[in-house]
Design a protein. Structure first.
Length: 95
């Protein structure tokens, strides 16, 4: 996870988000944001709360791989690389 927008004023962030065609979405606690194998085509920026990256182990148990915190981004390398039809290999869950 990166803090891609660190040091950028809030008004300037809004301009950048418009350039990325960003869409603001809200999620409830424990709501699944992206399912395994779901296509990802936009950068995820956490403006409030945090998101857990979860993967199933071989026995089907959920393992928290990482946490995306307020002000951090996810998937920017995939989206900015121009890779088409990139799929996520784990689940993102609002916490």
């Amino acid at each position: 996870m990166t803090k891609l927008f660190d040091g950028i004023e809030e008004k300037d962030k809004q301009t950048l988000f418009r350039c990325f065609n960003a869409v603001k979405k809200s999620f409830f606690k424990d709501e699944i944001i992206l399912e395994p194998e779901q296509e990802i085509d936009s950068v995820i920026y956490v403006s409030n709360g945090c998101i857990k990256i979860i993967k199933d182990d071989f026995d089907g148990n959920k393992i928290i791989i990482d946490t995306i915190k307020k002000g951090e981004t996810f998937a920017e390398s995939v989206v900015c690389s121009g890779i088409k039809n990139a799929k996520i290999l784990f689940m993102l869950k609002q916490m």
